[in-house]
Design a protein around this ligand. Structure first.
Ligand SMILES: [Zn+2]
Length: 330
């Protein structure tokens, strides 16, 4: 394959213990000198090649994390020596997209990274040791669990520092077989989470130190609460909506009926002459608000008819119909 180990220090003309400032100074000087725009056509190609090398060397050495990985490996390689950190059962695959860097760079920082085929641009300017990233996951709760509070056991995979190589991704002349050179491994974690009573939809629960692990410590895990649709209630912000089914005579005459709330059954007075679709408000029976008070529950009136009425009932309904008809005539 012929990937050669590159001496990035030599490219920038600095020593192996150069400071960040020295790296920057050397880079600026060389970048200006070899910038392709400043060269005539016959020199342009050579300048471009050199310019790329300079940029690549800078990219690696200015990033403490990359520099450390490079240094660890560099101990066992000479400039120009064939670079073969492959291990059994693994093979190098070029990233699909051209990263703009040399094969050596891709091999060191790209090709082996599981799920990360090109070097992460967003990681370019990170400084090690950095803290692990925050992780967000969704937590599904029933309405009752969210309202009353609950204890939930969740399982998720979070990336952690590889214990075999301590996150360097390097083991001697090879990529670490534990993490394939990424320095990170996915570990399954089982967590028991206490859901406080009155947790609302889309609330984020923060679990300190349960995010991704890095040299600088673990990030946090945020659980975004998703409340499942409920068969009996619709959630509208802090308010709840539910149906209250009553009989036609209860609607006409008025009645005391029982209605379900999150706190259990309550007695509700249906006023005489209540029409279908009318809403009755149960103050303070909704979901908890941030200020400690509670929303309301709205009962939407549904008038249902008796199933399979008996002969006596049918006689009465007929009488009712006659009375209604007589009233309309007069
Ligand atoms: Zn490792």
């Amino acid at each position: 394959m012929g990937v050669k180990f590159q001496d990035y220090y030599e490219v920038l003309g600095i020593t192996k213990n150069a400071s960040e400032k020295e790296i920057k100074t050397a880079y600026r000087k060389l970048a200006r000198k070899f910038h392709p725009d400043l060269h005539a056509a016959d020199e342009k190609e050579a300048a471009e090649k050199k310019f790329k090398q300079i940029n690549e060397a800078y990219e690696v050495l200015i990033d403490q994390e990359k520099r450390q990985k490079y240094d660890n490996l560099g101990k066992s390689y000479q400039a120009g020596e064939e670079f073969r950190p492959d291990m059994e059962g693994m093979y190098y695959s070029s990233p699909d997209t051209d990263s703009g860097f040399s094969d050596f760079f891709d091999m060191l920082f790209g090709g082996f990274r599981p799920g990360n085929s090109a070097p992460g641009r967003e990681q370019r300017f990170h400084r090690a040791p950095r803290r692990g990233q925050d992780v967000e996951a969704e937590l599904t709760l029933t309405l009752e669990e969210a309202y009353r509070g609950a204890e939930k056991t969740i399982q998720l995979n979070v990336s952690d520092l590889c214990t075999r190589c301590g996150g360097s991704g390097i083991s001697g002349r090879q990529f670490c077989p534990g993490c394939a050179g990424s320095g990170q491994i996915q570990t399954p974690r089982t967590l028991t989470v206490k859901i406080p009573p009155g947790t609302g939809d889309n609330t984020k629960i923060r679990l300190r130190g349960q995010g991704s692990g890095e040299e600088g410590g673990r990030g946090d895990l945020y659980l975004k609460v998703h409340i499942l649709p409920h068969s009996g209630y619709r959630v509208a912000g802090d308010d709840l909506e539910s149906e209250l089914v009553i009989a036609p005579w209860q609607a006409v005459l008025g009645a005391k009926v029982s209605a379900a709330t999150l706190d259990g059954k309550v007695q509700v007075t249906v006023p005489a002459g209540t029409r279908a679709g009318k809403k009755l408000r149960l103050r303070g029976k909704g979901l908890p608000k941030k200020d400690g008070s509670r929303g309301d529950q709205y009962l939407s009136i549904v008038i249902d008819i008796p199933r399979q009425p008996g002969e006596e009932e049918l006689t009465l309904w007929r009488k009712l119909a006659e009375a209604q008809a007589a009233r309309e005539v007069s």
